[in-house]
Design a protein around this ligand. Structure first.
Ligand code: APR
Length: 177
């Protein structure tokens, strides 16, 4: 499914983010940047050790990646050129600024892409796996943040890569509105 927002194409794809050929893909990392399970594990496996090497260089400089912030590394062996690692909030009921932190994760990932002149980017559904952020709530934040950002900066494409059919349906319903 695709929709134009200004000059930017928003697209929904069901599949594996490690196979996407956008210039950058976003990783749902943790604050240590040293890898994990879920999409973090998939990206490190597919991209190879170069990604972890660059993550360690970043950690050596700034200790960790605070929730809501984003950093950039090579895409390693994957088709994509860059991985933008961001850290979404762990869901703990909704009164710990989770909505704001999830928005920041999307916003700062887009901003790192803009600062690097990147014109196409793929997002996973940040925080909705291990971090248990409610999906319907997360998709609203994701789409709203992207729509706001592309008013100021034209990407060619912002792609949401959903791993399951259920997630795809949730995004489709939201994008239709
Ligand atoms: N491609 C696209 N999406 C994927 C892939 C993949 N290869 N693998 C998993 N996903 C989806 C999940 O189905 C979920 O919808 O990514 C979404 C985010 O789930 P998680 O990977 O669990 O990320 P998150 O909920 O943000 O938790 C982050 O998990 O892996 C650890 O190190 C990571 O501590 C961090 C935490």
């Amino acid at each position: 499914m695709e929709k134009m927002v200004g000059k930017t194409k928003l697209s929904l794809v069901q599949g594996d983010i490690t196979l996407q050929e956008t210039e950058a893909i976003v990783n749902a990392a943790n604050t240590t940047l040293l890898g994990g399970g879920g999409v973090d594990g998939a990206i490190h496996r597919a991209g190879g050790p170069k990604i972890l090497e660059e993550c360690k260089e970043i950690v050596a400089k700034q200790e960790r990646c605070p929730t809501g912030e984003a950093v950039i590394t090579t895409g390693g062996n994957m088709a994509t050129k860059y991985v933008i690692h961001t850290v979404g909030p762990v869901w703990s009921g909704g009164n710990r600024n989770e909505d704001r932190l999830l928005r920041n994760a999307y916003y700062n990932s887009l901003n790192v892409a803009k600062e690097n002149g990147i014109k196409s980017i793929s997002f996973p559904s940040i925080s909705t796996g291990v971090y248990r952020f409610p999906k319907e709530r997360a998709v609203k934040i994701a789409l709203t943040t992207v729509k706001e950002f592309v008013q100021e900066y034209n990407f060619e494409e912002v792609r949401f890569v959903l791993f399951s059919e259920n997630d795809m349906r949730i995004y489709e319903n939201e994008l239709k509105d």
